[in-house]
Design a protein around this ligand. Structure first.
Ligand SMILES: Cc1cc2nc3c(=O)[nH]c(=O)nc-3n(C[C@H](O)[C@H](O)[C@H](O)COP(=O)(O)O)c2cc1C
Length: 178
């Protein structure tokens, strides 16, 4: 199962809308997926589910199990202050060690209101995934200027759409090998 991770816990985020759009692209590739939205994380998870509290928060445990059982991921990542959201790093810090993400596969999509499209955010995240042994597809897609390029739940720019379709296709065709 491909798990699409909404990389922020902001309620009603644009990132969530992009995740739904991506899920449709995967459907067109005849691949089922599930969305894991970090807004489902318990508000107190950094004090109730990490470190000495590992395993003690059932809601967090369920989200962790969902992520760790998947074999392919799409991380939809908004740019927050020139990087990826801190809540995503806190979530990754709460996953099992040694990492159950090792030798699995991920596609990355960055979003921003500015012109970077989360380029730096994706690079920062890529460093962490490289450390964890999670294989990231070389084709990382960036959606800059979100207010112009993403309207009414759809990517409006043809070239970005083409890149997204190519990436979703690569992920779908890799399914046999992960
Ligand atoms: C806390 C915070 C920090 C942000 N920092 C940046 C930034 O550094 N550069 C940028 O272009 N957009 C920034 N944005 C805008 C988001 O990247 C943008 O709205 C994105 O399309 C979707 O964010 P959302 O999922 O929170 O709706 C920021 C938004 C928030 C909430």
């Amino acid at each position: 199962m491909i798990t699409i991770v909404v990389g922020t816990n902001r309620k009603n985020s644009r990132t969530r809308e992009v995740a739904q759009y991506y899920q449709n692209l995967l459907r067109q590739e005849k691949v089922e997926s599930q969305i894991l939205d970090l807004s489902e994380l318990p508000d107190d998870f950094t004090t109730s589910a990490l470190y000495e509290n590992t395993g003690k928060n059932p809601v967090f445990n369920a989200l962790r199990t969902t992520v760790e059982r998947a074999d392919q991921y799409v991380f939809i990542v908004p740019e927050y202050n020139g990087s990826f959201p801190g809540v995503l790093k806190a979530f990754l810090d709460g996953l099992s060690y040694p990492s159950k993400l090792m030798h699995k596969q991920a596609a990355l999509v960055g979003l921003s209101d500015g012109i970077q499209g989360g380029a730096l955010a994706l690079s920062h995240l890529n460093d962490i995934f490289s450390y964890l042994g999670l294989n990231v597809l070389a084709q990382r897609v960036k959606i800059p200027l979100m207010k112009k390029n993403f309207q009414d739940g759809k990517v409006t720019d043809d070239f970005i759409n083409q890149l997204l379709r190519e990436q979703a296709g690569l992920l779908a065709r890799s399914r046999l090998f992960v």
